[in-house]
Each structure stands twice: as structure tokens, then as C-alpha cells.
Design a protein around this ligand. Structure first.
Ligand code: UT7
Length: 341
């Protein structure tokens, strides 16, 4: 009997803000240089949301694109998941905001997950489970991290890295699985590598030492952790264990954290530049959104052809990481749908 509860990735969308912050702009904030930042990270510039209103407008646009590309009716969405660790606001949740922004009338469930830069891959794992179990038929997954709001713009070790951006995907039940491999992992014992405290000092009955809510990162520790774990994770856990040869996959779409990490994975896979998708130079690290934006931009710019297969892998605070191999079906992203309201 033909199955009809397999996860098909039917549409994706993305949106990036228009305000550009270049490396040269940062030289006005602290001692740094375009050369230092570019050599260490591959980043030349990043984008930042000009306002909450712009962030929500872009969230709506990205979600609408994904729904349009997926050719589903918004009222057929039966679960909304938002991956966000640096939300524009905490309540209502980003997933409920999407529901309202899209004007979805049914009381479908909506919840947020907080796994930082692994947000897309964790979201895909959740979608896979909900679809395969028959609990949901059309899932809208959005990724939204307002990184510029939470980095300390006096800290040259972190504020050079991050940028804002939004991704969206629709995963629908069907008779073909577009998620060939999916895996998620965490190691909370090294949680202090990337931290962001909650606001403190508000309750008049206890300690009132105010705390700012900034993201801090032990850059070298994170770099070493990722450089040790991620390349073999992709070749051994994602590919070899699932009997997939690297040459049978068309593209590598890694979380965009540092061009040197992307290069290390590329070399381990033996891929030439045409198979490696990178947009870190003009967007920096957009956290949970980086993979979806890279896929969308890759298709728009003609660097990614469809149908094809891609290795995806996210990693970041937690420390959390996850990876998979997915099908990029024809029509998953149609450039003509960008920014249509
Ligand atoms: O998305 C989550 C995952 N995140 C990552 O994967 C990020 C991983 N980490 C990294 O990519 C790198 O650690 C960074 C790019 C963030 C930093 O590069 P690094 O080579 O690890 O630099 P560092 O922090 O060890 O600093 C080396 C030197 C220091 O000077 P001293 O103390 O040796 O005199 C820093 O003060 O470079 C200095 N420095 C800078 N100089 C100019 C640090 N940041 C800057 C800067 N401009 N922006």
C-alpha cells in the first residue's frame, strides 16, 4: 500500500532586511578592520532589522512565500513551529505572531523552539516526526533570530559575526520523503561556550542587580568544538551510516558561522566550490535562518539547480547540532514569489 504520511518539503521562503552594516561601519565602534574580520570569518557585511515592524513584515513575507511556493492553502496549515532563540518579542510567541500575521483563522497549534543556530534542522526533525506519525499534514516552519538586538555592539568578538534574517518552509504529508536523513544532538555540558542570560533585577523583594541581556561567546572554544565535531559528523553519522556517498549529494548547505568552518567541511567531503553554498560574505551569521536563506538565495542566483539533494547541518548554542540530507524538489522556491504580499 502506498504511504501518504511521508515528509515532503514543498516550499521555502526567506526575507532579509534592507539595512546593511559593513565591516567598515564597525571600525567606528571599536578597533577592528575589514581585513581582520574578512580573513577570520569570510564576512564583509550583515543586515539588521530597522524596527520590530520591519521584522514582522519580513516574517509575514517569508511565510507567505513558502506557502505560495508549496501551493497549499494557508487554512490547510495544521501546525506552526518557529525556531528562535533571539526573538523580536517573547510573548506572544513568534509562531503565534505568524498565525496572526497570516490571518490563519483555525486555532491550529503553534509553538517556538529555542536551539539557536540549529533551529532549522531541529524544526525539520520535529516536522518529520509529526508528519510520519500522522499528527500533522501541513507544517509551517519559520526561523527568526533578531541577532542584532542581542549582541553587544561594544564587543568586537561577537558583534562582527551576526546578522538578522528570516526563513520559512512548508513540510507536507505525501507519498515521497524529501527528508532522507535527519539527526539532532546536544551537549549541555559545554553550554557556557555561548550564553545569553535572562533579564534580572526586576523583583523588588530579592537581589536587584540589573543584568543586560547580551549574547556572549567563547569564540575559540566554539571554533575548536565545531571544527572537531562537525566534519566527521557529516561524513560518518549523516552520510556513511546511512549508506550515502558524498558524491551522490549535489550540495553542502552548512550553517553560515565562519567561512573557515565551511571550507574544512568542504575539504573533508572533497567537494569543489560549485557544490558549496555560502552567503556569509554578505549576510554574516543569521543563526537559525542561515540554511534556509542560503538555499533560497542559491536557487534564486542559479547556484542551486533543482531537483537535487543537499546536505544540511546546523550547530550553535547549547551546544546543539544536527544534520540531514534533503531533496530540493523542483518549484520548492520560485524567485518570482519573493516579496509578494
Ligand atoms: O553560530 C554559532 C557558532 N559560532 C561559531 O562557529 C563561531 C566560532 N568562532 C569563530 O569563528 C572565531 O573564534 C572568531 C571569528 C569569533 C574569532 O576568531 P579567533 O581567531 O578565535 O580570535 P580570538 O577571539 O581568539 O582573538 C584573537 C585576537 C585577540 O587579541 P589578543 O587578545 O590575542 O591580543 C582579540 O582581542 O584578536 C583580537 N580580536 C580582534 N581584533 C580585531 C578579537 N576580535 C577582533 C576584531 N577585530 N573584531
Amino acid at each position: 500500500m502506498m504511504k501518504n504520511n511521508l515528509p515532503m518539503i514543498t516550499g521555502i521562503g526567506y526575507a532579509i532586511p534592507s539595512k546593511v552594516v559593513t565591516n567598515n561601519d564597525l571600525t567606528g565602534l571599536y578597533e577592528t578592520s575589514d581585513e581582520w574580520i574578512y580573513t577570520r570569518t569570510g564576512i564583509k557585511e550583515r543586515r539588521v532589522f530597522a524596527s520590530d515592524a520591519e521584522a514582522f513584515d519580513l516574517l509575514k513575507q517569508a511565510a507567505e512565500q513558502a506557502i505560495k511556493n508549496a501551493c497549499v492553502d494557508k487554512e490547510d496549515i495544521d501546525l506552526i513551529v518557529a525556531a528562535t532563540s533571539m526573538p523580536v518579542q517573547f510573548m506572544p510567541s513568534s509562531s503565534c505572531m505568524v498565525q496572526a500575521l497570516l490571518g490563519i483563522q483555525r486555532n491550529v497549534p503553534a509553538f517556538d523552539i529555542s536551539v539557536a543556530c540549529s533551529g532549522f534542522v531541529y524544526g525539520l526533525d520535529i516536522a518529520n516526526a509529526y508528519i510520519q506519525s500522522g499528527v500533522a499534514k501541513n507544517i509551517l516552519l519559520v526561523t527568526i533570530d533578531n541577532c542584532s538586538r542581542y549582541v553587544d555592539w561594544t564587543d568586537r568578538r561577537t558583534s562582527i559575526l551576526f546578522g538578522d534574517g528570516i526563513g520559512a518552509a512548508v513540510i507536507s504529508a505525501g507519498d515521497v520523503s524529501d527528508i532522507m536523513v535527519i539527526d539532532i544532538k546536544a551537549n549541555g555540558h559545554v553550554g557556557d561556550y555561548i550564553t545569553m542570560p535572562a533579564l534580572k533585577g526586576n523583583c523588588p523583594f530579592v537581589d536587584q542587580t540589573p543584568t543586560q541581556q547580551f549574547c556572549t561567546m567563547k569564540g575559540q572554544d566554539v571554533y575548536k568544538f565545531v571544527a572537531n565535531i562537525i566534519p566527521p559528523y557529516i561524513t560518518d553519522d549523516i552520510l556513511a551510516k546511512n549508506n550515502i556517498a558524498a558524491e551522490d549529494v549535489d550540495y553542502l548547505v552548512l550553517h553560515q558561522a565562519n567561512q573557515r568552518i565551511i571550507k574544512a567541511v568542504q575539504e573533508r567531503l572533497g567537494y569543489d566550490d560549485s557544490k558549496v553554498i555560502s552567503n556569509i560574505e554578505h549576510l554574516g551569521n543569521t543563526s537559525a535562518s542561515s540554511i534556509l536563506i542560503a538555499i533560497g538565495e542559491g536557487i534564486k542566483d542559479g547556484k542551486i539547480k533543482t531537483p537535487s539533494k543537499a546536505i544540511v547541518c546546523g550547530f550553535g548554542a547549547g551546544m546543539c547540532w544536527g544534520g540531514g540530507v534533503i531533496n530540493l524538489r523542483d518549484g520548492i522556491f520560485k524567485p518570482e514569489n519573493i516579496f509578494q504580499k
